[in-house]
Design a protein around this ligand. Structure first.
Ligand code: MN
Length: 760
């Protein structure tokens, strides 16, 4: 038997994996020669695989029974020895899930995945192994279900629930993953009484907020109804029991009445020539009745249309015909007629609803629909599976699956508000967003490309301001790490940590950008204040004056006006940023002092920022115009990595990145600087050349400088120990490449023994 099936499946490229098939030698005499893990198996209390296959065959004539048998046996052995909280064999759970999936008329791969859905989570079997033993398709579905299982929903907030549902949709690239997850949840809800009370509540709440609406969104009516009633039972146990008894009691009381109404409706249909219409009484699900009672604040016996009736006819025309007949016989209740055929619900539900004053002056609700609409209402997304005439795999391509879901969301137009609709569309399956979680399970929806810094700011600005690192799913990551869907992000903070302007390069959320910019700006303003106050104090002290006296001076207001500044603090900041010179402030306020006194100390010697062309040589992040001078200790050359240091009384000094001065400086005083590539400003650099004492060598050297476009400011050449020469040049270079070029070409001159850059 096994032989025949294997031959069959080998011919169909869509099923059994080549590895598993070839690993099993086939001998007609031996019933099973494959992997002992997959040998046929029966477990007490669990429906046998034959029953499952028979059920599948009812809608799937070409069921791939060989692979289903193997999945059944493999799952049975993998879960061997595990028991559920109820004491039953664990394996009963995946088998029941598989049966639920047959109600959705799912394909063989989905049924196998249903059987195997807890194998990866609960046993040592890996997704890869599932792939090798069964198929990649099955492995991917199992993997998807396992991933969804890992996400816990904790917040009760409505918005969060909606996001969570969208996330589930976005994360399951294959709609079958969602359906298996729903079946899994339904079965867990059915066996919930074996859990502890607080777990019962948590799971029921999550189901009511996430999974029941999801089943509704997918249009699977029976699942939604069952999930809701089970949640109702666990969340409002007293109300549930009371209502259940009441409905039961009245049901038996009213059986005669229901039978009478069904009879009358049938007669009406026959009179209309719709004798093929099927009519039946339909007890409403308890949660629906209870909700109606809550909303209307009425007791059960006053909820008249708790008893529903349903009429199934052949086509849309007959739906309206049946409606007309009912409205002719019974008085319709105004405002209760709903035409979901002309205006389907977002989940594609179609039906006519009406409430009428029925026999005995009781209000009854009647739903009229076609068999096709009924199938849509009960099966939703599953109503659209199309199986080929022969071959039983689900041949709906991914695009079609997505298109279907997209359409589902598109029906939102005109049904819900625009924001909600746009939101749904945006989420869809090709999401621009990532769904991430705090360690407590709170959902944070962030734009794609978001980093732990964005996440931290999304949680709280104080967390963003003090982030020093992050762990994603337990692993340390860099701050620029891009978060993925489902990531659980733990932010590490330190109270003395602060935002850095570097972060602006990689953060994507507006919130993070604004916060970082504000912080950096405030911080730099603070530095400017310190520097400016220092410079002004010195400038005034030089002329035996003080800031206090200056502020009391009669020209004080005029002086501020001269610099177009409103308040003293702004003047201090302007001086700190280098926009206003401290000596100019003194000169303006005290014009009677002799010019010599102002010029007592020359302005900083090298201020290469404003020369002939191209604006400042250096831009300091966050500033347009800052007073900058080069550090004498390392004389950085354009192109070299640099860093600025705020020096009291001297503004910002720029150093090479590795300079000891920077390393020694207080990190709080460091500033990010960049060379302005537009700038043509040169920098003075010292170059020392060791050479033979040869005539003509000095000329050759200066020729090299000229060739390279490097101008010489000074040259100091002297002979040491008779035959060797030491040549010190002060030259102006424009960038690092130019400097390296000239050092190299000097080094190649015959007679030159060594060339080095020195402090000027
Ligand atoms: Mn499960």
């Amino acid at each position: 038997m096994a032989t025949k099936q294997q031959t069959q499946s080998a011919g169909d490229p869509s099923c059994a994996p080549p590895l598993a098939a070839s690993a099993e030698p086939v001998t007609p005499e031996v019933p099973w020669t494959g992997d002992p893990l997959e040998a046929p198996i029966t477990i007490e209390g669990v429906p046998p695989v034959d029953e499952l296959i028979a059920t599948m065959r009812s809608y799937l004539p070409d069921v791939e029974q060989e692979i289903v048998r193997r999945a059944y046996a493999f799952a049975a052995r993998s879960h061997d020895g595990q028991v559920r909280k109820s004491g039953e064999a664990y394996f009963g759970h995946p088998v029941d899930v598989a049966f639920l999936l047959t109600r959705l008329r799912l394909d063989s791969a989905s049924i196998c995945a249903g059987l195997l859905h807890d194998v990866v989570e609960d046993t040592t079997v890996s997704v890869d192994e599932i792939g090798r033993r069964f198929s990649r398709e099955i492995a991917e579905i199992v993997d998807g279900v396992t991933k969804l299982d890992k996400i816990k929903f904790s917040s009760r907030e409505q918005k969060q629930a909606e996001n969570f549902r969208k996330m589930l949709v976005a994360m399951s690239k294959d709609i079958r993953v969602l359906l298996i997850k729903l079946a899994d949840r339904l079965h867990n809800m059915r066996t919930l009484e074996h859990m502890k009370p607080d777990a019962q509540r948590r799971i029921a709440q999550e189901t009511l907020e996430i999974y029941a609406p999801l089943a509704n969104r997918l249009g699977v009516g029976w699942m939604k109804g069952q999930l809701e009633d089970l949640c109702f039972r666990h969340l409002h146990t007293d109300d549930f029991e009371k209502l259940n008894q009441e409905v039961g009691r009245r049901q038996s009381e009213r059986q005669a009445y229901v039978a009478e109404v069904v009879d009358i409706l049938r007669n009406i249909m026959t009179e209309e020539g719709l004798q093929h219409a099927s009519v039946y009484g339909r007890p409403k699900h308890l949660y629906g009745i209870w909700r109606k009672m809550q909303q209307s604040k009425l007791p059960y016996d006053q909820i008249y249309d708790a008893q529903g009736f349903r009429i199934l006819v052949d086509d849309v025309r007959e739906c309206y015909q049946a409606l007309g007949a009912i409205h002719t016989h019974f008085k319709p209740i105004p405002g209760r007629f709903k035409d979901y055929i002309a205006l389907p619900k977002p989940n594609r539900y179609q039906s006519l609803h009406t409430s009428v004053i029925g026999p005995g002056a009781e209000r009854i609700e009647v739903q009229i629909r076609t068999a096709q609409m009924h199938r849509q209402a009960e099966e939703g997304v599953a109503a659209h599976w199309k199986y080929k005439e022969r071959g039983d795999s689900l041949k709906v391509r991914d695009e079609e699956r997505f298109a279907w879901l997209k359409q589902l969301l598109e029906v939102h137009v005109g049904v819900k508000d625009t924001d909600e609709f746009l939101d749904s569309m945006k989420i869809d399956l090709f999401s621009d967003e990532v769904y991430t979680f705090t360690p407590r399970g709170d959902l944070k929806v962030l734009p794609r490309g978001s980093t732990p810094v964005d996440f931290a700011y999304a949680v709280h600005s104080a967390i963003g301001d003090h982030i020093v690192g992050a762990r994603v799913d337990g692993h340390m990551v860099t701050l620029r790490h891009q978060l993925r869907n489902g990531a659980i992000v733990e932010i590490l903070t330190r109270t003395d940590a602060h935002p850095s302007s570097d972060w602006l390069e990689f953060v994507v959320t507006a919130r993070a950008k604004t916060r970082i910019r504000n912080y950096v700006h405030a911080e730099q303003r603070q530095r400017a204040l310190e520097v400016g106050a220092d410079l002004l104090e010195k400038a005034f002290r030089r002329v035996k004056y003080s800031i206090a006296r200056a502020q009391a001076h009669e020209r004080y207001g005029k002086m501020l006006a001269h610099f177009r500044i409103a308040v003293w603090e702004e003047l201090v900041v302007a001086v700190g940023y280098g926009r206003v010179d401290a000596t100019d402030v003194v000169a303006n306020l005290l014009p009677d002092l002799t010019p010599e006194e102002h010029k007592e100390e020359p302005k900083p010697a090298k201020r290469p920022r404003k020369t002939d062309g191209g604006g400042p040589a250096i831009t300091v992040s966050g500033f347009d115009d800052v007073m900058v001078r080069m550090g004498n200790c390392c004389a950085p050359v354009p192109g070299e990595p640099i860093v600025g240091v705020v020096t009291r009384g001297r503004g910002i000094t720029v150093h090479r990145r590795g300079c000891h001065f920077v390393l020694d400086a207080d990190p709080m005083r460091r500033l990010e600087c960049e060379w302005n590539s537009e700038s043509k400003t040169g920098t003075t650099v010292g170059v020392r050349v060791y050479s033979e004492n040869e005539t003509g060598l000095l000329a050759a050297m200066s020729a090299k400088f000229t060739e390279a476009g490097v101008s010489i400011l000074s040259a100091n050449c002297r002979v040491i120990d008779g035959h060797r020469a030491l040549n010190d040049f002060e030259v102006v270079v424009h960038n690092l490449a130019q400097l390296q070029g000239i050092l190299a070409s000097l080094g190649r001159l015959r007679g030159v023994t060594r060339v080095e850059r020195v402090r000027s």
